[in-house]
Design a protein around this ligand. Structure first.
Ligand SMILES: [Zn+2]
Length: 254
C-alpha cells in the first residue's frame, strides 16, 4: 500500500551495507521510520531528499511493521545549519525532542510547523539560540499535554512582581511574597524572563520567537525552559548536553 506524507527527516542511520533507516516527523502520521534502499535502485533525487534536515514530500510503501521510501521530493533542505556547530547541535536536539514527544501514527502538523520554524530561524541565524531553544522546549511540551500555568502566582494570583519563581516540577509560578514551597526546585525569574517565558507559551507561533531579553533574562529563561524539559520528561538528552558543550554553557543543574 502506498501512502503520501510530508515531513522533516530528523534522524538517519546506516543499516546493512548501503541501506539507510530514516526517522521522519510527518504532518499526517507523526514520527515514523522508513528504509531508504540502496542508491543503485533509488530514483533520482530521492537520496538527497531523504537526508537529515530535509523537508520533503514522501511517497512511502507501507508494509507490515515498516515503511520504505518509494519517492521523495525536496521542499526545503536546511543546509545553512551545517555552517555553525552551535546551531547544528541545537537542531539535532530539537529532532531528539520531537522523537521523544511527538505522536506516532497520528497527525503531528503542529509539531512539524514548530520545528520547521525553528530550523528556518536557526539557519538564518538572526534570532538568539537561547530564544529559539526556549520556544521549542516550552511549546513542544505544551503540545504534548504539559502546558504550564503561567497566568499568575498560583498562590495569590498576582500577575507581575519584580521577582517570580517558576516551579518546573508542578509547572506553575509563584510570586516573591508567597515564596517557593520547601523542597521543590525553583527557577528565579525577573520581569523580563517572566514575560519571555509567557511569550513562548501563549504567543501565536508566528510571533513566538520575536522578543528580546537582557543577558541575565536570557539566562533565567534558558534555565526555566530547560528545567521544565528535564523534570517533566525525567531524563536528559545527549544532544542537549552536546549543545551546551559546543556553546560553552552550563545546563540546568536541578
Ligand atoms: Zn503570590
Amino acid at each position: 500500500m502506498k501512502t503520501d506524507a510530508e515531513g522533516l527527516v530528523i534522524m538517519e542511520k546506516c543499516v546493512g551495507d548501503s541501506d539507510r533507516l530514516i526517522t521522519i516527523l510527518t504532518k499526517q502520521k507523526g514520527v515514523l521510520r522508513a528504509f531508504v534502499q540502496r542508491p543503485g535502485r533509488a530514483k533520482n533525487g530521492r537520496l538527497s531528499a531523504a537526508r537529515l534536515f530535509s523537508y520533503s514530500r514522501f511517497t512511502l510503501f507501507e508494509g507490515r511493521n515498516k515503511y520504505i521510501v518509494d519517492d521523495a521530493q525536496p521542499v526545503e533542505v536546511f543546509l545553512d545549519l551545517r555552517k555553525d556547530i552551535g546551531r547544528l547541535s541545537l537542531a539535532q536536539y530539537f529532532c531528539e525532542l520531537s522523537i521523544a514527544l511527538a505522536p506516532q501514527e497520528s497527525p503531528a502538523g503542529e509539531y512539524l510547523r514548530l520545528v520547521l520554524n525553528a530550523l528556518y530561524l536557526l539557519g538564518r541565524g538572526d534570532r538568539p539560540n537561547g530564544i529559539v531553544k526556549a520556544v521549542v522546549e516550552m511549546r513542544m511540551l505544551a503540545l504534548s499535554g504539559y502546558q504550564p500555568d503561567l497566568v499568575g502566582c498560583s498562590e495569590c494570583g498576582k500577575f507581575e512582581s519584580d521577582l517570580m519563581y517558576f516551579l518546573p516540577v508542578s509547572g506553575r509560578i509563584v510570586c516573591d511574597a508567597c515564596g517557593c514551597p520547601q523542597g521543590e526546585p525553583a527557577v528565579q525569574l525577573g520581569r523580563g524572563a517572566m514575560a519571555g517565558l509567557r511569550h513562548t507559551v501563549y504567543a501565536e507561533l508566528g510571533k513566538a520567537f520575536s522578543f528580546t531579553l537582557s543577558p541575565q533574562g536570557m539566562e533565567e529563561l534558558t534555565r526555566a525552559s530547560e528545567a521544565y524539559v528535564l523534570s517533566t520528561l525525567g531524563r536528559g538528552f545527549a544532544t542537549m548536553d552536546f549543545y551546551h558543550t559546543m556553546v560553552g554553557e552550563t545546563g540546568w543543574q536541578g
